[in-house]
Design a binder for this molecule. Structure first.
Ligand code: AMP
Length: 665
């Protein structure tokens, strides 16, 4: 028998595969375990996926997978987002079954991580001395980290004997994961209990706001970018939680009259009135509730979570000198956005609160030295944050107010494992704020894992508000015509015009910036392949008007707030229509108008329909050719669906894709 093999438990597989799908009953149980875990604040990813993957490892390696007090297996689960279970009943021939459940990709990730962890030794049947559970003392020391009490009772001592030097591989597999998990939870609870309680309520509702009728509230929300506000996970919410959604405020004073120093800071900014997201967010956040803001950059969302954060920090009963780390953690997807948040934070002076921005590409040494001097707010990109937490430079166990800014973007960029890993150490009774421009499944899952009874505030008819101030022009072109059109645009630019040109590929940005440099045209470029300092310089140059042309990939499409961009030029049409809205929203900011020029080729036909809705909604001219393109695409889609149905009814697979399919429009 192979040492690394699987069985097909539902009997449908080809036999000697390396993995197997679990039977439905087992995986249903797993799903329900996951649901229960989630309800108890567990960080594990819960999936409804009913399949499972079973892999076998040498039993002597089980300890490596479990880790001290279950820490390794938790880490593996957090990174992979799969649920991993050592199956004590499936153990023979010196091998132990590990059952992995969750989404297929997550299962695969977990499998690879385990393979990497146990290394080539997975093929070995020999018991080795590395076994974490080989001796009584070793076991004790491993677990005493989490709970010295666990081995006190005789019953538990018996269990401990299972891990003795004489244990068989099967005995080794009989590790009680539930006990390890319980110990881990106890350890965390104990750790957090030393941190003192969190004070979250800082809201004093103004009598005029408290007395608003339901109709008044509805009218105000309707007239302010169609604010929509609701509880998110109604079906799963504990009925006893009874979360009341506060009425929106209408003036700064109604939110902050008890905080004159905050009022003074707002006054200094010269703002006229709170933005819609602020009107609804401040009462929610000052009341200590979790909130998901569906809003994008330019709506005032940073201030929406920032001012309550300042009040929250100052209002904590544990003195700041007793804290071993920051109170507020703001995670952001890109360096640019993180720096922009830092800049916004820097505008508000309140009780000496200090902030640091940590991001990959910036000087690690400088960032560490600021963190070590003590700060109340950390703004971070997930990678560098994780790095500093792992290096024990940054202690996140004091974080009581957590912000996940542009969560959808963070997930798009693949940061979910780092987010989950960092959040293992953040106390679960914290207040959590999440912002996102969209509300896809991944963001929902994140919210479900990390938020308690969140209230969702949605502003405007998603994204569209941002493009109402922009004249949007669409040109249907052939690929070869693009450069000429761009050059002709450059030649017609006025002295006050400023443009961001978006490309699909970094190499095209580099090519064009070299071409322009040779022609003596002053421009800057920004994309993920450039050094951080170059990217910052590019932004500084366009902001200061040292250059008036910025060539960019989508890395610059969100979160960058340059007020006087007059034009957005989409040289390549974006991969999805949401990205289109984000790009176009880089102009027409801060009360100005703007213009966007988008080149579309036949390859972009799948976006035609979505684009038409956006253009129509914003009362823009829609080229006749765009309607035709949308029709052709719909027709093609129907045809494909029909072919698939036909193939199914004739009992054969889908037909091969015709090389002409893309040309038929
Ligand atoms: P944000 O959506 O956080 O990226 O904010 C975009 C810009 O709006 C920032 O420059 C803020 O300083 C500014 N801002 C925030 N709140 C307001 C407000 N109530 N009135 C006018 N501008 C604001």
């Amino acid at each position: 028998m192979s040492n690394w093999r699987g069985n097909d438990f539902d009997g449908q597989g080809s036999g000697n595969t390396y993995y197997s799908r679990r039977d439905r009953r087992e995986s249903d149980n797993q799903s329900s375990r996951n649901r229960n875990n989630r309800q108890h604040g567990d960080n594990n990813f819960a999936s409804n996926d009913q399949n499972g993957l079973v892999i076998y490892i040498n039993s002597s390696k089980v300890g490596k997978v479990v880790g001290k007090g279950g820490s390794k297996i938790r880490e593996l689960q957090d990174i992979s987002q799969a649920s991993i279970q050592i199956d004590r009943n499936k153990c023979d021939d010196g091998n132990t079954a590990i059952t992995i459940t969750g989404e297929t990709e997550a299962q695969e990730r977990a499998k690879q991580l385990i393979e990497k962890l146990v290394g080539d030794d997975r093929y070995s049947n020999q018991r080795d001395t590395e076994n974490n559970y080989a001796t009584h003392n070793h076991t004790k020391s491993n677990y005493s980290t989490y709970s010295d009490n666990h081995y006190q009772t005789s019953g538990e001592r018996n269990e401990e004997c299972n891990w003795s030097a004489n244990a068989t591989p099967c005995d080794v597999a009989a590790f009680d994961w539930n006990i390890a998990a319980k110990q881990y939870d106890e350890y965390k609870t104990k750790l957090w209990s030393t941190k003192g309680p969190i004070k979250k309520e800082f809201y004093f509702e103004d009598p005029t706001i408290a007395s608003m009728s339901e109709e008044d509230v509805a009218k105000f929300r309707r007239e302010n970018n169609k604010i929509e506000v609701k509880l998110v996970f109604d079906q799963e919410q504990d009925a006893s939680a009874n979360v009341k959604i506060p009425n929106p405020i209408q003036t700064f004073d109604q939110a902050f009259s008890h905080y004159p120093d905050i009022m003074e800071e707002i006054r200094k900014q010269g703002f006229e009135k709170p933005s819609p997201i602020q009107c609804q967010s401040w009462p929610i956040l000052l009341s200590g509730k979790d909130m998901i803001g569906i809003a994008q950059t330019g709506t005032g969302k940073t201030l929406a979570f920032l001012l309550p954060a300042l009040i929250h920090i100052d209002g904590q009963e544990t003195s700041r000198s007793e804290q071993t780390g920051p109170n507020v953690l703001i995670m952001a997807p890109t360096r640019e956005l993180a720096l922009q948040i830092e800049k916004e934070v820097g505008k508000y002076k309140y009780r000496g609160i200090k902030a640091v921005c940590v991001y990959g590409g910036g000087s690690r040494k400088d960032q560490i030295s600021i963190v070590e001097r003590g700060v109340e707010i950390v703004i971070a990109t997930p990678g560098r944050l994780n790095d500093l937490v792992q290096a024990k430079v940054l202690d996140v166990t004091c974080v009581t107010y957590l912000v996940l800014d542009e969560a959808d973007r963070m997930l798009d960029m693949g940061f979910e494992p780092q987010i989950r890993k960092t959040l293992i150490d953040v106390r679960p009774d914290r207040q959590t704020v999440m912002t996102s421009a969209t509300w896809p499944q991944g963001v929902r899952r994140l919210a479900q894992s990390y938020m308690k009874d969140p209230i969702q505030v949605f502003v405007g008819s998603l994204d569209l508000a941002a493009v109402h101030t922009v004249t949007q022009k669409i040109f249907m072109v052939d690929e070869e015509e693009k450069t000429e059109m761009l050059e002709s645009f450059f030649s017609e630019m006025g002295p006050d015009d400023k443009v961001i040109v978006f490309f699909g590929k970094k190499c095209r940005v580099d090519e064009l910036s070299s071409e322009l440099a040779l022609k003596g045209v002053n421009c800057q470029s920004i994309h993920g392949g450039r050094d951080q300092s170059d990217r910052e310089q590019a932004l500084a140059d366009i902001k200061s008007s040292y250059v008036r042309i910025l060539l960019a990939t989508d890395v610059a499409s969100r979160g960058i707030d340059i007020e006087d961009i007059t034009h957005v030029f989409n040289y390549d049409f974006p991969h999805d229509i949401e990205e289109y809205v984000h790009r176009v929203g880089r102009t027409g900011r801060a009360g100005r108008t703007g213009e966007s020029i988008s080149l579309m080729t036949r390859k972009d036909w799948s976006h035609a329909k979505g684009l038409i809705s956006i253009l129509e909604e914003a009362s823009q001219e829609v080229p006749e050719e765009l309607y035709k393109m949308a029709e052709r695409y719909e027709h093609w889609k129907e045809k494909k669906a029909q072919e698939k149905d036909d193939a199914r009814s004739y009992g054969r697979g889908p037909p091969r894709r015709s090389r002409y399919d893309n040309d038929r429009f």
